[in-house]
Design a protein around this ligand. Sequence first.
Ligand SMILES: NC(=O)c1ccc[n+]([C@@H]2O[C@H](COP(=O)([O-])OP(=O)(O)OC[C@H]3O[C@@H](n4cnc5c(N)ncnc54)[C@H](O)[C@@H]3O)[C@@H](O)[C@H]2O)c1
Length: 165
Amino acid sequence: MKPLNFAVIGCGLLARQVHLPNLRSIEEAEVHTCCDLNDANLELCKVFEPKKYTRDFHEAITDPEVDVLLVATTEAFRVPIIEAAAAAQKPVYCEKPLADTLSNALAIERLVEQSGIPFCVGHNRRCSPAMMEAREIFTSHMRDPAPRAWRFERDGVDDMPIGNN
Ligand SMILES: NC(=O)c1ccc[n+]([C@@H]2O[C@H](COP(=O)([O-])OP(=O)(O)OC[C@H]3O[C@@H](n4cnc5c(N)ncnc54)[C@H](O)[C@@H]3O)[C@@H](O)[C@H]2O)c1
């Protein structure tokens, strides 16, 4: 099987410490393109021997050689990238958190649903014991909706008394 060519968009600390080394270690993956606005970060990507470097995420996404997009920009800059990925019909692995605002998260959800692209958000800690326990605590409160002084009200939390939690 031909390895999948990845374009890594956003080659900051996390991409360089985790994703790029991981991609290099996977036989079925190739680091094809490193994309970042920051030239110094692109320079630091040399060690991963990508085929291409670019500052332009459109160029990375529309490159016919690129099969998969790994988006590790900061969460404030995700919608335009995912919009371009949806238009190009390319699968995306996106770092968490998905977005910086609820409206951006909903915009991304719409783009993904309408385009049908495979899309994964990297919640790498969702199966850790602490997260599993937190999930159980939250879901038990959903099952048992007895009023509690510290429960978030759906209408907002602005008038929630401080110190009652
Ligand atoms: N899954 C985890 O456990 C985990 C851990 C750490 C960080 N993160 C998430 O990963 C993301 C990145 O974190 P980081 O610490 O690497 O941040 P960082 O600031 O070091 O890297 C972000 C990079 O994106 C680049 N960038 C921004 N806009 C761009 C654009 N339009 N085109 C190309 N590149 C662009 C920046 O130049 C920067 O190099 C954040 O959303 C963070 O929350 C997840």
